[in-house]
Design a protein around this ligand. Structure first.
Ligand code: BG6
Length: 474
């Protein structure tokens, strides 16, 4: 009993939320670089073309983020001290192809990640690398319209091939696209998509989805050709939908909402479009352009494993408008009175994690990997700068117990667990630093003040013990 001795414990970050250094090393700009904090962040997310450049009077947190660009040695040292077996990170597309459509990569960018991988190797930490995590070079947005344009399949494939070849032998675990289903909920963040008046948004989103699915399958194919030992995964913004009541139409609504996300993983893990999606396109008159050969590409290269983020479950009804809504998350949800909420209104549901693991394992029969889970909370350091984050320990403890139950009681095959924001970083939804997830406190506030110094929180020692005992002592 217990988790396998090879269970991959670790933490996760993303380039756009941690790295900074956006004007260094020959890097080009990407979509998230242009998202300020404050209410206008939503304008950019809504695809307002006017906002697609740095403007006076705004604070852009991605510019410096937590400056991992210069501090990765110190950060990796701290991850090693916690005993990380794996570190999930993403590459910045525009650090490697500054414009996205360049024919040759930027050597300085490639060398930067290579030195990170060497550093990880030194500490026996396995990298788990997301090729695109909310990351579209700005030039591809302005010139091509982002992922709605089929040219992106070619540009992404070139990028993927470049990094897969360059990091052969250094990286084994790859994820093609972070939270691929976010495309339907935040098309600018997920796909660099900007709409014009009169656009059929749903059709554009599913067209972009088709391009991402193709690109992901091509990257999987290349990864296996470059090194048959490579393991490639897809990545879902997870969290199942509960029916608010036992009315059959509420249950039906929950199934339909789950399918909005599973649609992507159904294609990536099974290699074909599910019938319910094809029927939806037909019913809603969505004309999705597919070329001869596309279905063969999808069928030829399903992923090796399935990963997802899990923060909360969601609750829906066929009559959702009749009920109070939970706040703070991109995915609509009725307030579930059986669950407590975080300071940002995300509903805490550890058993929901076990349920999601079971649902996904039943559906795909492939190894799973939880690549994000954590509590975004306000931390207040004491007079010595120490954060006693018992609330975070409590959240994580319950979720780790839930994943153990899924493995030990239900027999789910789980490769590993990486907590989100193992070091404090910029929040994706709000751009805040004050929404902290880390075991490591970073001295930086929402306006960009602070020394950027790193300090261990109470949860640092807790997680170290969890890893050392392979999850036996929580
Ligand atoms: C996931 C993303 O959606 O959730 C991360 O993959 C993100 O990039 C995380 O940071 C938590 O969301 P937030 O908005 O609290 O940072």
């Amino acid at each position: 009993m217990g988790l396998s001795k090879d269970f991959l414990w670790g933490g996760a970050t993303a380039a756009n939320q941690a790295e900074g250094g956006v004007l260094e090393g020959g890097r080009g700009l990407s979509n998230i670089d242009l998202m300020p904090t404050g209410p206008d962040r939503k304008k950019v997310a809504a695809g307002d073309l006017e906002m697609l450049e740095w403007k006076e009077g705004y604070y852009y947190p991605a510019k410096e983020a937590i400056d991992m660009y210069h501090r990765y040695m110190e950060d990796i040292q701290l991850f090693a001290e916690m005993g990380f077996k794996v570190y999930r990170m993403s590459l910045s597309w525009s650090r490697i192809f500054p414009n996205g459509d360049d024919l040759e990569p930027n050597e300085e960018g490639l060398a930067f990640y290579e030195s990170i991988f060497h550093e990880l190797k030194k500490h026996k930490i396995e990298p788990l690398v997301t090729i695109a995590h909310f990351d579209v070079p700005v030039h591809l947005i302005k010139e091509y319209g982002g992922w709605k344009n089929r040219k992106l399949v070619e540009f992404y494939s070139r990028y993927a091939e470049t990094v897969l070849k360059r990091y052969k032998g250094l990286v084994k675990y790859w994820l093609t696209i972070n939270e691929i289903n976010i495309l339907l909920h935040s098309p600018f963040v997920g796909g660099g998509i900007v709409f014009k008046a009169g656009d059929n948004k749903l059709e554009i989103n599913y067209q972009a989805a088709h391009h991402q699915l193709l690109a992901s399958a091509l990257a999987t194919k290349i990864a296996h050709e470059v090194d048959p030992g490579n393991m490639v995964g897809c990545m879902l913004a997870g969290g199942s939908h509960y029916p608010y009541t036992c009315r059959p139409e509420d249950y039906q609504e929950a199934i339909n909402r789950d399918r909005e996300g599973y649609f992507f993983i159904d294609v990536q893990a099974r290699g074909k479009y599910p019938n319910y999606a094809l029927k939806k396109f037909e019913r809603e008159g969505l004309n999705i352009q597919m070329e001869a050969g596309d279905h063969a590409i999808l069928a030829a290269s399903p992923v090796d494993f399935v990963t997802f983020s899990y923060y909360c479950s969601r609750t829906v009804s066929a009559h959702s408008e009749d009920y109070a809504q939970a706040t703070g998350n991109l995915f609509p949800s009725i307030k579930n009175e059986h669950l407590p909420s975080t300071e940002w209104g995300w509903q805490i549901d550890p058993l929901g994690l076990r349920n999601s693991l079971n649902q996904m394992y039943d559906r795909y029969q492939k190894p799973l990997f939880i690549v994000e889970n954590g509590l975004g909370a306000i931390d207040i350091p004491d007079e010595n700068g120490y954060v006693a984050d018992d609330y975070r320990i409590d959240y994580l403890k319950k979720h780790v117990q839930a994943l153990k139950d899924a493995v030990e009681i239900d027999g789910v095959e789980l490769l590993g667990y990486t907590t989100w924001g193992c070091i404090d970083l910029v929040a994706a939804s709000t751009g805040q630093m004050s929404k902290r997830y880390g075991f490591i406190y970073v001295d930086r506030d929402d306006e960009g003040n602070g020394t950027l110094n790193r300090t261990k929180k109470k949860s640092f020692e807790w997680y170290k013990k969890v890893i050392a005992t392979n999850g036996e002592e929580l």
